[in-house]
Write a protein that binds this ligand. Structure first.
Ligand code: SF4
Length: 388
């Protein structure tokens, strides 16, 4: 099974490639997953935020990021109460409407809605639907052992699907592929931070997002071609405020919203799709790679409102992100009805107030389509900073 899943970008100029990446990101039919299945491949869908994709990759299956889609939850709506975030509904919609077909689904107990998703999902499909219990208390001395066991439980489930053992060598090889991917994503974020005028916020987002829809070596190959093209862009810097966007750790804002923000300011860092960049440096390849993955999640990772680590107070982490990105303001956002995200806004705002850092508070929903009012509010906010 060697045919690539996304090839139409090859041989085109940067603008055309970025256009194709945006279209793929927004396509609710997940064409790369379809192509993978047509070639006989199996797919494991994992719910948003962090997931050890390397284990699925090592089993020879496609790890698919279930990040919902901008579509109406026609079939899934009746499975949930009304006061829930959108990503829960549209992720289920993707499979109920047969846009995406899976061989296994894994969610996390990051909030009540996500915790209950496996049970609701499982009632509608014959394949395994389960919860991966990432440790609630990463500060416990037992957390790495515990998480290694949890990953090995997942590993056994994956082996049942393929009928083959996942070898240590295969996991180490997958770690190598993912280390390269994380390094390339860090390079993309360095461009955003140091020369944000070279790439639009929505284009940078799409380049990351499509990695969750294809085998990561293919994504690596793409990024290795495209990053030098972006680095070579010659465009003048504009007089725009440098902002950090916080609040997209789980449900993602629509591309139109990211584009609207990017037209008013430079987004120099953010937590968009943070799960794909959660591990901060290379994971070691050893004779117990599962433990290395668990160690990295506990000891060498970013932050989000759904991991409660006393050594990584989220408001301190935000200030650190802001300083490193040389930000001038923060957009503190949250998905509508997202309890963890809305709760965390309080701590973020307090910390920003204490440091006199300007911030803009906002809510979003993945299927919103009108951004005119946000644009106006943002412009006023930016003008206040520019002319203060
Ligand atoms: S967006 Fe918030 S409420 Fe919805 S599943 Fe994610 S963490 Fe839970």
């Amino acid at each position: 099974m060697t045919e690539k899943l996304f090839t139409t970008w090859q041989g085109h100029d940067l603008d055309e490639i970025l256009l194709q990446c945006r279209e793929l990101t927004e396509d609710p039919d997940y064409p790369t997953a379809k192509k993978w299945r047509e070639q006989g491949g199996k797919i494991v869908g994992a719910f948003q935020v962090y997931f050890p994709d390397e284990l699925v990759h090592a089993a020879g299956m496609l790890p698919l990021k279930m990040r919902g889609a901008s579509l109406a939850p026609d079939e899934s709506d009746s499975h949930f109460g009304s006061y829930l975030c959108s990503i829960i509904k549209t992720s289920l919609e993707l499979v109920l409407s047969k846009r995406v077909e899976l061989d296994m689904f894994v969610t996390h107990p990051i909030c009540d809605a996500a915790r209950n998703l496996a049970a609701i999902w499982g009632r509608n499909f014959d394949y395994t639907c389960q919860i991966l219990y990432l440790p609630q208390n990463p500060n416990s001395s037992a957390s790495v052992d515990y998480l290694s066991d949890e990953y090995n439980r997942l590993r056994r489930d994956l082996e049942e699907i393929t009928g083959e053992k996942i070898t240590t060598a295969a996991i180490n090889n997958s770690i190598k592929v993912y280390n390269t991917n994380r390094e390339l994503l860090r390079r993309l974020y360095a461009i955003k931070r140091d020369t944000p005028w070279k790439i639009g916020a929505d284009d940078a987002y799409s380049l990351v997002a499509i990695g969750g829809m294809m085998m990561r070596e293919e994504h690596n190959e793409m990024l290795e071609t495209i990053l030098p093209m972006i680095e070579a862009v010659e465009t003048k810097q504009e007089d725009r405020i440098r902002v950090v966007f916080e609040g997209a750790f789980c449900e993602q804002p629509p591309l139109g919203l990211i584009s609207t923000i990017g037209q008013s300011c430079y987004v120099v860092d953010d937590d968009f799709l943070i799960g794909m960049r959660y591990l901060l440096s290379d994971v070691k390849q050893t004779n117990d790679p599962v433990r290395e993955l668990a160690w990295a999640y506990i000891n060498d990772s970013s932050y989000s409102p759904v991991q409660h680590d006393l050594n990584k107070r989220k408001e301190h982490m935000l200030l650190d992100r802001f300083d490193k990105a040389r930000g001038e303001a923060v957009i503190v956002a949250a998905a509508k009805m997202c309890e963890p995200g809305l709760e965390e806004q309080v701590a973020y705002i307090q910390a920003l107030d204490e440091k006199n850092i300007p911030y803009f508070v906002s809510e979003f929903e993945e299927n919103m389509t009108s951004f005119a009012s946000l644009e106006l509010q943002l412009e006023t906010f930016m003008e206040n900073i520019l002319f203060a």
